[in-house]
Design a protein around this ligand. Structure first.
Ligand code: HEC
Length: 198
């Protein structure tokens, strides 16, 4: 009887030991798995989400609040005046700063009917993308392109007139080539470019 109990204890210890060894081996193996590679579509989605969140917070909690409380207005000529940049300019400016950092990712705001020509499509791909998101704003237009030896992934996300302010300003801006925007119309796109060289 005593002997049987001893064997029982040994058996339990063995099972526990095998379990611990298995767990340790499994965690070691997990750490040695192939390096993680994130698809460029996913990276672009992450970047887009950050850009979007920043612009929304800037618009709602800075521009709108400052204007409502009479502290300071947002104006296109913010560089020359005591004014805040417009949300579109905020996005464009952060995009420019990002490009200067030389990390490779670029982004900008573009449109087929831009207030300024420099916000128009610069390649055939961008033109196609901006046309595509006009028809299908729910999904980004994506693809690869090459410049010299460098390969890039580009994603174009619809930029929608989410408030009447977008519509009112673009429809009345003296430089705007399009003046019939309505609420929820696609006004352009956020173009994100990611280098994908090995
Ligand atoms: C008070 C005026 C104003 C408001 C409000 C405004 N925009 Fe603009 N938007 C501009 C100006 C000015 C530019 C050009 C900025 C530049 O290139 O310096 C611009 C640029 C853009 C562009 C790039 C193409 C272009 O027209 O040059 C898009 C797309 C755009 N805005 C979408 C929007 C959306 C969407 C909203 C609302 C969420 C919005 N805008 C609100 C004035 C405005």
């Amino acid at each position: 009887m005593k002997r049987a109990a001893l064997w029982g204890t040994w058996a339990v210890m063995l099972v526990v030991a095998v379990g611990v060894a298995y767990w340790a081996a499994a965690s070691l193996l997990k750490e040695r798995e192939a390096p993680v590679s994130i698809p460029p579509e996913t990276v672009a989605n992450y970047v887009h989400a950050v850009i979007d969140a920043n612009r929304t917070v800037y618009t709602r909690h800075i521009v709108e609040k400052m204007q409502a409380t009479g502290v300071v207005e947002a104006a296109e000529t913010w560089k020359q005046e005591n004014a805040l940049p417009l949300p579109a300019q905020f996005l464009i400016e952060t995009g420019k700063l990002m490009a200067e950092k030389g990390v490779g990712i670029r982004y900008r705001l573009a449109s087929l009917t831009p207030i300024y020509v420099w916000n128009g499509p610069t390649t055939d791909f961008e033109r196609k993308g901006l046309e595509a998101v006009l028809k299908h704003p729910e999904r980004p237009f994506t693809g690869f392109f090459r410049t010299g030896r460098d390969r890039y992934f580009q994603a174009i996300y619809a930029d929608v007139a989410v408030s009447q302010a977008c519509v009112a300003c673009h429809n009345t801006h003296m430089n705007s080539p399009r003046r019939d925007y309505k609420l929820h119309d696609v006004m352009g796109g956020i173009v994100i470019t990611i280098p994908v060289n090995p």
